[in-house]
Write a protein that binds this ligand. Sequence first.
Ligand SMILES: Nc1nc2c(ncn2[C@@H]2O[C@H](COP(=O)(O)OP(=O)(O)OP(=O)(O)O)[C@@H](O)[C@H]2O)c(=O)[nH]1
Ligand SMILES: C[C@H](OP(=O)(O)O)C(=O)O
Length: 226
Amino acid sequence: MEVIVPFSTDRPKSRLSAVLDPDERAAFARAMLRDVLAAVEGAGGDPRVLATGPVDADLGCPVAVDGRPLTDAVNAALDARLGGDGGEGNADGPEPVAVAMADLALATPEALRELFAAGREADIAIAPGRGGGTNAFVASRPEFRVDYHGASYLDHRRIAAEIGASVAVVDSHRLATDVDEPADLAELLIHAEADDAADGGRAARWLRDAGFALDAGNGRVGVERG
Ligand SMILES: Nc1nc2c(ncn2[C@@H]2O[C@H](COP(=O)(O)OP(=O)(O)OP(=O)(O)O)[C@@H](O)[C@H]2O)c(=O)[nH]1
Ligand SMILES: C[C@H](OP(=O)(O)O)C(=O)O
């Protein structure tokens, strides 16, 4: 399955500015992107990065540049694949296409396989993010359109209902955890430590190398930087 991975190259991860400087945010965002691409490939998916600007590194997959805002860029990509202008359809309708965000640093092939399977059963399969975002979805209906930001999970359910599309919800901790804020870094380090055989992936290694560690001292576990 083709998997579009939106990626912001300009001022990424601004909500981490309290703990990372701009160069660090760019490097950390790149590490998360690579983890997501590896998980997509591990799940048998075919990743395509949809970036706001050129990416000066070989990511091992195609990169399309579209400087429009996220919603417009993703809708154009969906239209090209599912819509009337070149969607690869067959008698049963277009092939499903997935969109997975580049900040799902906990994503695993297993979690993505579950999403892909749900997207073959339902018209739209959504993995909601904590806080109401849409961290990943699969769509096979040409009329489906995204409207990101805010509680986009609810908006996408409403859009699916408006076009009469069936919806499957993928209840996955790993896909629900987008790394937006400093508290999310703790989630990444916790699961990297639990999965140490897999070494936690590039993003977790990047954090550890930058001096971050878990801080379990006071209430909810957070991170501290040594
Ligand atoms: N192609 C594209 N991707 C985007 C755009 N804005 C965000 N993204 C990507 O979409 C996903 C979700 O982004 P957000 O968490 O909302 O934004 P962010 O820029 O990563 O972080 P903040 O600056 O903290 O909001 C991430 O994979 C981003 O890299 C955009 O305008 N175009
Ligand atoms: C793009 C946006 O991401 P968030 O701002 O929730 O991280 C969303 O999922 O609608």
